[in-house]
Design a protein around this ligand. Structure first.
Ligand code: ADP
Ligand code: MG
Length: 269
Protein backbone atom coordinates (compact mmCIF):
# COMPACT_ATOMS: atom_id res chain seq x y z
CA UNK A 1 0.00 0.00 0.00
CA UNK A 2 2.94 2.35 -0.60
CA UNK A 3 2.29 5.53 -2.50
CA UNK A 4 5.01 6.63 -4.93
CA UNK A 5 3.55 10.14 -5.18
CA UNK A 6 4.00 10.76 -1.48
CA UNK A 7 6.55 13.47 -0.73
CA UNK A 8 9.71 12.64 1.20
CA UNK A 9 9.57 12.58 4.97
CA UNK A 10 7.91 10.19 7.37
CA UNK A 11 4.65 8.57 6.43
CA UNK A 12 2.03 9.84 8.87
CA UNK A 13 -0.79 7.48 9.82
CA UNK A 14 -3.72 8.46 12.05
CA UNK A 15 -5.12 5.52 14.02
CA UNK A 16 -8.74 6.51 14.40
CA UNK A 17 -12.19 5.30 15.31
CA UNK A 18 -14.57 7.42 17.37
CA UNK A 19 -15.60 4.38 19.42
CA UNK A 20 -13.63 3.79 22.59
CA UNK A 21 -12.16 0.41 23.44
CA UNK A 22 -11.85 -0.87 19.87
CA UNK A 23 -8.07 -1.28 19.92
CA UNK A 24 -6.69 2.06 18.67
CA UNK A 25 -4.00 2.39 21.31
CA UNK A 26 -3.11 -1.31 21.22
CA UNK A 27 -2.82 -1.17 17.44
CA UNK A 28 -0.75 2.03 17.54
CA UNK A 29 1.76 0.62 20.03
CA UNK A 30 2.07 -2.80 18.43
CA UNK A 31 2.14 -1.74 14.79
CA UNK A 32 4.82 0.78 15.81
CA UNK A 33 6.81 -1.94 17.59
CA UNK A 34 6.46 -4.25 14.59
CA UNK A 35 7.63 -1.53 12.19
CA UNK A 36 10.65 -1.01 14.46
CA UNK A 37 11.35 -4.77 14.23
CA UNK A 38 11.38 -4.27 10.45
CA UNK A 39 14.14 -1.71 10.94
CA UNK A 40 12.03 1.45 10.72
CA UNK A 41 12.31 4.48 12.99
CA UNK A 42 8.87 5.33 14.35
CA UNK A 43 7.33 8.15 16.38
CA UNK A 44 4.05 7.67 18.22
CA UNK A 45 2.12 10.90 18.73
CA UNK A 46 -0.35 10.45 21.57
CA UNK A 47 -3.25 12.86 21.21
CA UNK A 48 -5.69 11.09 23.52
CA UNK A 49 -6.01 13.03 26.82
CA UNK A 50 -6.14 9.63 28.54
CA UNK A 51 -2.51 9.14 27.55
CA UNK A 52 -2.80 5.36 27.32
CA UNK A 53 -0.14 5.02 24.63
CA UNK A 54 2.27 6.99 26.82
CA UNK A 55 1.52 4.83 29.87
CA UNK A 56 1.61 1.65 27.80
CA UNK A 57 5.16 2.46 26.75
CA UNK A 58 6.35 3.27 30.25
CA UNK A 59 6.33 7.06 30.10
CA UNK A 60 5.01 7.89 33.58
CA UNK A 61 2.80 10.95 34.11
CA UNK A 62 5.59 12.72 36.04
CA UNK A 63 7.95 12.25 33.07
CA UNK A 64 5.48 14.05 30.81
CA UNK A 65 6.74 17.57 31.26
CA UNK A 66 6.17 18.78 27.73
CA UNK A 67 3.46 16.99 25.80
CA UNK A 68 1.38 17.06 22.65
CA UNK A 69 -0.61 19.85 24.31
CA UNK A 70 2.49 22.05 23.93
CA UNK A 71 3.03 20.66 20.44
CA UNK A 72 -0.46 21.67 19.29
CA UNK A 73 -0.33 25.09 20.90
CA UNK A 74 3.23 25.64 19.63
CA UNK A 75 4.54 26.19 23.12
CA UNK A 76 7.67 24.03 23.06
CA UNK A 77 10.18 22.81 20.46
CA UNK A 78 9.88 19.21 19.26
CA UNK A 79 13.12 18.34 21.05
CA UNK A 80 11.47 19.03 24.40
CA UNK A 81 8.38 17.00 23.58
CA UNK A 82 9.71 13.89 21.86
CA UNK A 83 11.09 11.23 24.20
CA UNK A 84 12.91 7.97 23.63
CA UNK A 85 11.30 4.76 24.85
CA UNK A 86 12.88 1.55 26.11
CA UNK A 87 12.73 0.32 22.52
CA UNK A 88 15.53 1.50 20.29
CA UNK A 89 14.04 3.28 17.28
CA UNK A 90 10.67 3.96 18.92
CA UNK A 91 9.98 7.52 20.06
CA UNK A 92 6.93 9.08 21.66
CA UNK A 93 5.32 12.48 21.97
CA UNK A 94 3.31 11.83 25.15
CA UNK A 95 -0.06 13.19 26.23
CA UNK A 96 -1.62 14.17 29.53
CA UNK A 97 -5.12 15.16 30.60
CA UNK A 98 -4.21 18.81 29.77
CA UNK A 99 -5.11 17.87 26.26
CA UNK A 100 -8.81 17.73 27.11
CA UNK A 101 -8.82 21.53 27.29
CA UNK A 102 -6.67 22.00 24.17
CA UNK A 103 -9.76 21.40 22.08
CA UNK A 104 -11.37 24.56 23.48
CA UNK A 105 -8.18 26.61 23.27
CA UNK A 106 -7.68 25.57 19.65
CA UNK A 107 -11.15 26.57 18.47
CA UNK A 108 -10.39 30.31 18.37
CA UNK A 109 -7.30 29.74 16.20
CA UNK A 110 -8.11 30.19 12.53
CA UNK A 111 -5.61 27.44 11.66
CA UNK A 112 -7.23 25.15 14.23
CA UNK A 113 -7.43 22.09 11.97
CA UNK A 114 -3.80 22.43 10.81
CA UNK A 115 -1.99 22.75 14.14
CA UNK A 116 -0.71 19.17 14.21
CA UNK A 117 -0.04 19.20 10.47
CA UNK A 118 2.22 22.24 10.86
CA UNK A 119 3.84 20.98 14.06
CA UNK A 120 4.89 17.70 12.43
CA UNK A 121 6.31 19.49 9.41
CA UNK A 122 8.73 21.71 11.28
CA UNK A 123 12.19 21.30 9.71
CA UNK A 124 13.69 20.01 12.96
CA UNK A 125 11.60 16.81 12.65
CA UNK A 126 14.26 15.70 10.12
CA UNK A 127 16.83 15.16 12.82
CA UNK A 128 14.85 12.16 14.14
CA UNK A 129 15.19 10.38 10.77
CA UNK A 130 11.68 8.99 11.12
CA UNK A 131 10.07 6.71 8.57
CA UNK A 132 6.66 6.52 10.22
CA UNK A 133 4.58 8.65 12.56
CA UNK A 134 1.56 6.93 14.13
CA UNK A 135 -1.01 9.18 15.78
CA UNK A 136 -3.11 7.57 18.54
CA UNK A 137 -6.46 9.40 18.42
CA UNK A 138 -9.04 9.95 21.17
CA UNK A 139 -12.41 8.11 20.99
CA UNK A 140 -14.23 10.99 19.31
CA UNK A 141 -14.41 12.81 15.99
CA UNK A 142 -13.44 16.05 17.72
CA UNK A 143 -10.92 18.72 16.73
CA UNK A 144 -8.03 16.56 17.99
CA UNK A 145 -8.97 13.71 15.67
CA UNK A 146 -9.55 16.17 12.82
CA UNK A 147 -6.03 17.53 13.44
CA UNK A 148 -4.68 13.97 13.19
CA UNK A 149 -6.52 13.32 9.94
CA UNK A 150 -5.40 16.64 8.45
CA UNK A 151 -1.78 15.93 9.45
CA UNK A 152 -1.89 12.36 8.12
CA UNK A 153 -1.27 10.73 4.77
CA UNK A 154 -3.61 7.91 5.70
CA UNK A 155 -6.04 6.61 8.33
CA UNK A 156 -5.74 3.17 9.90
CA UNK A 157 -9.07 2.09 11.36
CA UNK A 158 -9.25 -0.61 14.04
CA UNK A 159 -12.69 -2.22 13.99
CA UNK A 160 -13.97 -4.47 16.72
CA UNK A 161 -16.35 -7.11 15.47
CA UNK A 162 -19.55 -6.22 17.28
CA UNK A 163 -23.06 -5.25 16.36
CA UNK A 164 -22.83 -1.47 15.85
CA UNK A 165 -19.30 -1.46 14.47
CA UNK A 166 -20.23 -0.77 10.86
CA UNK A 167 -22.64 2.01 11.78
CA UNK A 168 -19.87 3.96 13.50
CA UNK A 169 -17.60 3.25 10.58
CA UNK A 170 -19.84 5.00 8.05
CA UNK A 171 -19.69 8.17 10.19
CA UNK A 172 -15.91 7.96 10.19
CA UNK A 173 -15.82 7.43 6.43
CA UNK A 174 -18.02 10.53 5.93
CA UNK A 175 -15.59 12.60 8.00
CA UNK A 176 -12.70 11.33 5.89
CA UNK A 177 -14.63 12.19 2.72
CA UNK A 178 -15.33 15.71 4.01
CA UNK A 179 -11.67 16.25 4.81
CA UNK A 180 -10.65 15.07 1.34
CA UNK A 181 -12.94 17.74 -0.12
CA UNK A 182 -11.46 20.43 2.12
CA UNK A 183 -8.36 20.34 4.31
CA UNK A 184 -6.59 17.19 3.11
CA UNK A 185 -7.36 16.11 -0.50
CA UNK A 186 -4.58 13.48 -0.42
CA UNK A 187 -5.91 11.62 2.63
CA UNK A 188 -6.10 7.87 2.01
CA UNK A 189 -7.50 4.98 3.96
CA UNK A 190 -4.58 2.82 5.03
CA UNK A 191 -7.00 0.05 5.82
CA UNK A 192 -9.47 -1.35 8.30
CA UNK A 193 -8.15 -3.94 10.72
CA UNK A 194 -10.44 -6.32 12.58
CA UNK A 195 -9.40 -6.39 16.24
CA UNK A 196 -10.14 -8.67 19.20
CA UNK A 197 -11.54 -11.23 16.83
CA UNK A 198 -13.02 -14.37 18.30
CA UNK A 199 -13.47 -17.24 15.87
CA UNK A 200 -16.01 -18.92 18.15
CA UNK A 201 -18.34 -15.92 18.20
CA UNK A 202 -20.81 -16.19 15.32
CA UNK A 203 -22.01 -12.60 15.51
CA UNK A 204 -18.44 -11.32 15.41
CA UNK A 205 -17.73 -13.51 12.39
CA UNK A 206 -20.83 -12.12 10.68
CA UNK A 207 -19.69 -8.52 11.29
CA UNK A 208 -16.29 -9.42 9.90
CA UNK A 209 -17.71 -10.87 6.71
CA UNK A 210 -20.10 -7.90 6.34
CA UNK A 211 -17.12 -5.55 6.70
CA UNK A 212 -15.33 -7.41 3.92
CA UNK A 213 -18.44 -7.37 1.75
CA UNK A 214 -18.88 -3.59 2.14
CA UNK A 215 -15.27 -2.51 2.18
CA UNK A 216 -13.55 -5.12 0.03
CA UNK A 217 -9.80 -4.67 -0.17
CA UNK A 218 -9.84 -1.88 2.40
CA UNK A 219 -9.98 -4.58 5.07
CA UNK A 220 -6.59 -6.06 5.91
CA UNK A 221 -6.30 -9.82 5.46
CA UNK A 222 -4.56 -9.96 8.80
CA UNK A 223 -7.04 -10.24 11.68
CA UNK A 224 -5.96 -9.49 15.26
CA UNK A 225 -7.27 -12.23 17.57
CA UNK A 226 -8.47 -11.61 21.09
CA UNK A 227 -5.46 -12.67 23.13
CA UNK A 228 -4.94 -12.17 26.86
CA UNK A 229 -1.22 -11.48 26.40
CA UNK A 230 -2.14 -8.37 24.36
CA UNK A 231 -4.19 -6.97 27.23
CA UNK A 232 -1.54 -7.82 29.85
CA UNK A 233 1.35 -6.12 28.03
CA UNK A 234 0.50 -2.44 28.84
CA UNK A 235 0.67 -3.05 32.59
CA UNK A 236 4.26 -4.17 32.01
CA UNK A 237 4.78 -0.99 29.94
CA UNK A 238 5.64 -3.02 26.85
CA UNK A 239 4.25 -3.80 23.42
CA UNK A 240 3.04 -7.41 23.28
CA UNK A 241 5.81 -7.98 20.72
CA UNK A 242 8.32 -7.62 23.57
CA UNK A 243 6.18 -8.88 26.44
CA UNK A 244 5.42 -12.19 24.74
CA UNK A 245 7.07 -12.25 21.30
CA UNK A 246 5.59 -15.59 20.25
CA UNK A 247 2.03 -14.95 21.40
CA UNK A 248 -0.76 -15.02 18.83
CA UNK A 249 -1.27 -11.28 19.36
CA UNK A 250 2.38 -10.43 18.71
CA UNK A 251 2.45 -12.57 15.58
CA UNK A 252 -0.74 -10.98 14.27
CA UNK A 253 0.60 -7.44 14.76
CA UNK A 254 3.82 -8.43 12.98
CA UNK A 255 1.77 -9.77 10.08
CA UNK A 256 -0.29 -6.57 9.99
CA UNK A 257 2.81 -4.36 9.83
CA UNK A 258 4.24 -6.53 7.06
CA UNK A 259 0.97 -6.32 5.16
CA UNK A 260 1.11 -2.52 5.51
CA UNK A 261 4.68 -2.56 4.17
CA UNK A 262 3.60 -4.77 1.28
CA UNK A 263 5.67 -7.74 2.48
CA UNK A 264 3.74 -10.95 2.00
CA UNK A 265 3.89 -13.55 4.76
CA UNK A 266 2.28 -17.01 4.67
CA UNK A 267 -0.68 -15.72 6.71
CA UNK A 268 -1.41 -12.88 4.31
CA UNK A 269 -0.31 -14.30 0.95
P1 ADP B 1 -8.93 2.20 22.31
O1 ADP B 1 -7.59 2.84 22.24
O2 ADP B 1 -9.63 2.13 20.99
O3 ADP B 1 -9.82 2.80 23.37
P2 ADP B 1 -7.50 -0.06 23.46
O4 ADP B 1 -6.41 -0.32 22.51
O5 ADP B 1 -7.16 0.72 24.69
O6 ADP B 1 -8.72 0.65 22.71
O7 ADP B 1 -8.16 -1.45 23.83
C1 ADP B 1 -9.24 -1.55 24.74
C2 ADP B 1 -9.01 -2.69 25.71
O8 ADP B 1 -8.98 -3.92 25.01
C3 ADP B 1 -7.67 -2.59 26.44
O9 ADP B 1 -7.85 -3.03 27.76
C4 ADP B 1 -6.77 -3.52 25.65
O10 ADP B 1 -5.73 -4.06 26.46
C5 ADP B 1 -7.75 -4.60 25.22
N1 ADP B 1 -7.35 -5.23 23.96
C6 ADP B 1 -7.06 -4.60 22.80
N2 ADP B 1 -6.75 -5.49 21.82
C7 ADP B 1 -6.85 -6.71 22.39
C8 ADP B 1 -6.64 -8.05 21.92
N3 ADP B 1 -6.29 -8.31 20.65
N4 ADP B 1 -6.84 -9.07 22.79
C9 ADP B 1 -7.22 -8.83 24.07
N5 ADP B 1 -7.42 -7.61 24.57
C10 ADP B 1 -7.24 -6.55 23.76
MG1 MG C 1 -6.88 4.58 23.24
Amino acid sequence: MSDPTRPKGPKIIAVANQKGGVGKTTTTINVAAALVEEGKRVLIVDIDPQGNASTGLGVEAEQRDKTTYDLLLDEAPLSEIIQETEIDGLLIAPATTDLSSADIEMVSNEKRSFLLHDALRQPEIDRYRLEFILIDCPPSLNLLTVNAMVAAHSVLVPLQSEFFALEGLSQLMLTIRDLRQTANPELRIEGVVMTMSDKRNNLAQQVESDARAYLGDLVFRTVIPRNVRVSEAPSFAMPVLDYDPLSKGAQAYRALAREMLGIMTPETA
